[in-house]
Structure formats: C-alpha cells, structure tokens
Design a protein around this ligand. Sequence first.
Ligand SMILES: Cc1cc2nc3c(=O)[nH]c(=O)nc-3n(C[C@H](O)[C@H](O)[C@H](O)COP(=O)(O)OP(=O)(O)OC[C@H]3O[C@@H](n4cnc5c(N)ncnc54)[C@H](O)[C@@H]3O)c2cc1C
Length: 398
Amino acid sequence: MDITYTPEEQAFRAEVRRFLAGKLPKDVSAKVLEGKRLTKDDHERWHRALNEQGWLAVHWPRQHGGTGWGPVQRHIFDEECAAAGAPQIIPFGLSMVAPVIIKFGTEEQKRYYLPRILDGSDWWCQGYSEPGAGSDLASLKTRAVRDGDHYVVNGQKTWTTLGQHANMIFCLVRTDPAAKQQEGISFLLIDMASPGVTVRPIITLDGEHEVNEVFFDDVRVPVANLVGEENKGWTCAKYLLTYERTGIAGVGMAKAALRHLKHVAAKQVGNGRPLVEDPSFRLKLAEVEIDLMALEMTNLRVVAAVQGGGVPGAESSILKVRGTEIRQAITDLLRRAVGPYALPFLPETLEAGSNLEPVGPDFAAPLAPQYFNRRKLSIYGGSNEIQKNIVAKMILGL
Ligand SMILES: Cc1cc2nc3c(=O)[nH]c(=O)nc-3n(C[C@H](O)[C@H](O)[C@H](O)COP(=O)(O)OP(=O)(O)OC[C@H]3O[C@@H](n4cnc5c(N)ncnc54)[C@H](O)[C@@H]3O)c2cc1C
C-alpha cells in the first residue's frame, strides 16, 4: 500500500535523508540499530547535531528557534530518523517543559530556559508521578509551602525517567491542601543540585537503570521558578500532556522494528527452513504488518486533520493504544523468533564493543531486555486502560 506524498514532501524527505547520512554519528546509529545501550554523551551528540541544523525544536514556534514544520513534515522526519537508527530525542525539555514555558512562562523564564534547552545546558526530567499518584495524578501529595520569596518542598516523585542525568526537574506540587484536588496544584521548576534533593535508581525488569525515585527534603525553590499562577498548575499539567502524546503512535519506530523482525526471521532457521517461510510465523508477521499499515493510515488521517487546522483529541488515545500494542507485539515476535537464545541474561552484551561472546546469533542478545523494556509503553504517558476510558467516553459516548 503506497502513500502519496507531494513533490515538496518528497523533496523534504530526501533532504532529511541527506542530513541523516552526513550528521547522525555512525557509532550512535549502530548502537540504536543493534539494540545496544546509549550513553548520555550519545544523546548529547545527536542533540547538538540537530541543534546546529536548526531541526531540534520541531514543536516550537519559529520565533523561539522552532522549525515551523507542519505535522506531515514532522511525520516524515520521525519516520526517517527511526529508519536511520537515530536515538529518540529526550522529550522532557524540548517537547514537555518548553511548550509549557512558551505558553505560561514569564518573559524572563522564556529568555533564560529556552536557549538552555536548545544548546543542551539543561537536561530536564519530569516529576509528575508519585507512589500514590499515577493514573490518579491529581491526588499527588508533594507539598510546597511559601516562605518569603521561596517555596519549601517536601515529598517524593517516582518513575523519573533519566533523572540520574538531569540537572533540572519540573514538578507538580501541592500548594493548597484545602482546595479541591485539581485546584491546589502548582507547576514548579527545581534545580536538582538544590540541597535536600536525593535521586535513587529503580532497576527495571530488563536490568537497566532508566527510572528513579526523587526525594525532596526541605528543598528551597525560588518563587521565580513557579510557571503560571500559584494553584493553577493543573492547567499547565494538562497542556503538557497533549504534547506528551504527540507522535505517540510511534509509527516510524514500529516500522524500523518490523524491518528488523523480517531480517531476523530471514536469518533464523526453524524446521529446516528460514523462519520467514514457516506458515505459522508468516501469519503472525502478516497480522502485525497489517495492523501497522492500518495504524499508519489512521495516524496520517489525524495528521491531515491537524494540518487542516484541527486539534488532535481522543484520537491520540487510539493511536497510543494501538501503537504501543503493535510495538509490544513486534518485540514478542522477535523474542520468539530466536527461541532459547533470548533466554540468557547477559547485560554486558548490550555494551558496544563488549568482548563477551553472545549466546546464539549477534542479534539475539538484546531481544529479551527489549521485550521487557517495551512493557513500559502501555503504562507511561497515561496507561492504555486509561486511554480506553477516554475513547469510551469521548468517542463512543459511553
Ligand atoms: C518506564 C516508566 C517511565 C516513566 N517515566 C515517568 C516520568 O519520567 N515522570 C513521571 O512523572 N512519571 C513517569 N512514569 C509514570 C507513569 O506515568 C505511571 O506509571 C502511569 O501513569 C500509571 O500510574 P501508576 O504506575 O501509579 O499505576 P496505577 O495508576 O496505580 O495503575 C495500576 C493499574 O490500574 C489501572 N487503572 C488505574 N486506574 C484505572 C481506571 N480508572 N480504569 C481502568 N484501569 C485503571 C492502570 O491502567 C494500571 O494497569 C513512568 C512509568 C514507567 C513505567
């Protein structure tokens, strides 16, 4: 099934390909394509290359250094980046806190923080979830009490992705415990180097350190770091979530993973022939490919509606549910394709240049960790069950 792009869109795709061929560091793309571990430096090098090209801030208005691209260009860019093995851009600064600062921040906050996000001076993380506040985010308890020109913050955040690298965290904090849940929350920018901030790792099922707990003990935060009005942080929080779900379908990444699955299925032999020729495996492969084609069409319909001036609504929930289910199904098939070779747990083989011999074919080692890691897709950004509730209410009217 071919999708027709205009000549301008095709020219844009060619330009993106040229840029990726020249500027995406080869050692970094090799790691991404082989499923190896990325370092902070790998992310930062790719961040710098995009910034030098002016292609980093795809969601920002031009006046602040954004690309000014429409949704179709963003879609093409995502697809080409995933195909070339570009690392995912860390979203917390560029796609989460920046749009909030642009919309609700003071002129001084915009002048100070936005250039620092672009040039990589600040690495942001997201302090929304707490042990008792995930899906029910408005029940968060981290407390900020005004003391002169500071807030004093006490509490705990959890699941803080890449908080170990971050020097800044944007937090939802409770500033008025007497108000109704959503009304007593504020949006605060906190320097991670402040006395009283402690970051502790959480090691996930794949053996990796990607998420953390962050504790605040009497942390003093200047009132100047409040974004928007005190007790109106829920408005910022909701605005940010619309950006968090942008591009959530992950079509580009799913297509790249499907290509890898076909490569693995062509190499692996089962019952005396390549797995890709096995009727039962072919059936599963075809199912997931058809699902992905349908997702891409749905995604493009939403993209076209946005291009025409619409606003993505509950459709982004459908994209999130289907996109993450498909990406998880592909990791499941990849793991099944190599069978017992997916079983040994050798985290060292995820390190580029590791001397440790993998058990089985080269591509087998990362498949089990990837399978476990991708379970997160249906949990974060609003769990899939919560997305289904949104679809039931907003689309089906139930
Ligand atoms: C890998 C990873 C990275 C993350 N990174 C960050 C981050 O950087 N910053 C951050 O702030 N948060 C982050 N999160 C947190 C994430 O947003 C929450 O995990 C998510 O919102 C779910 O909340 P919870 O874990 O408290 O689960 P709960 O809300 O306790 O939900 C438990 C289960 O019950 C279901 N459920 C809950 N309520 C309903 C309902 N009303 N109807 C139907 N089912 C329901 C859920 O779908 C889920 O299956 C991350 C999570 C993961 C796993």
